[in-house]
Design a protein around this ligand. Structure first.
Ligand code: IPE
Ligand code: MG
Length: 233
């Protein structure tokens, strides 16, 4: 979800107003995804690197996050949504952590959709943590180094161990990079770059992204049966 700052700048407003508009966009898009049957939605709300933004911006983002969790609590519970969080969550202020953990626990039994907030999240950091976990298991004698394969790693990567690898990754605001998002799980994800700034990203934009996804041929490194047959003729 990128482009909040530029959205505000274009209107001659401060970055906080852009983040507030971005939060409205989040609420709209989550509702829409639930309605059209998206089973897993992971939102890159705050990166591990975002901690290095100016203090007041970090504070306003944490405030908006808390507001989101409090104000959307009932809608999340009523709509069968399980809220999850990934990232270096220990770094979050304890006030945010408290509402976050409470809603995770309260919504744990819901199974219509998993909404994962990536907070203080970095894909490289996540892989490093998985490596640490594996190293500890080897050191404890519970795992042999030879057993460390892609599946072993996958099981220790929280962004995908539960919901699986992403089918589609959407980035807004015209930037064409992943910026440390879901690095391990994005191996075969379809990427979609929208020039729309996140606060302006609406239903039409989401449907355009999904339509693009539906038109793609996913091969996962294989040859489609159709092409294999044609080639052997
Ligand atoms: C994305 O918008 C929101 C977060 C990182 C939380 P930005 O704040 O990155 O907006 P730009 O890139 O400055 O326009
Ligand atoms: Mg940005």
């Amino acid at each position: 979800m990128d482009g909040n700052g530029r959205w505000a700048q274009r209107r001659g407003e401060g970055r906080t107003s852009g983040h507030r508009a971005g939060s409205r966009s989040v609420r709209k898009i989550v509702r829409l995804c639930r309605r059209i049957g998206v089973e897993a939605l992971t939102l890159y709300a705050f990166s591990f690197q975002n901690w290095n933004r100016p203090d007041h911006e970090v504070e306003s983002l944490m405030g908006l996050l808390t507001e989101f969790l409090i104000e959307e609590r009932q809608a999340i519970l009523d709509n069968g949504i399980r809220l999850e969080a990934i990232g270096e969550l220990d770094q979050l202020p304890s006030t945010v952590r408290a509402v976050l953990d409470a809603l995770r626990a309260e919504s744990a039994h819901n199974d219509d959709m998993v909404l994962t907030l990536a907070l203080s999240y970095g894909g490289q950091e996540e892989i490093a943590r998985a490596a640490q976990a594996l190293a500890r298991e080897v050191a404890a004698g519970n795992l042999s180094a030879e057993d460390i394969d892609v599946d072993a790693l996958r099981a220790r990567i929280p962004s995908i161990s539960d919901v699986g690898e992403p089918d589609l990754i959407i980035r807004t605001s015209g930037e064409q990079r992943l910026s440390n998002f879901l690095l391990f799980g994005s191996a075969y994800a379809e990427l979609y770059f929208s020039s729309r700034l996140w606060p302006d990203f609406g239903a039409d934009d989401l449907f355009a992204a999904i339509a693009s996804f539906q038109g793609r041929e996913r091969r996962f490194g294989l040859v489609l049966e159709r092409d294999a047959k044609a080639a052997s003729r």
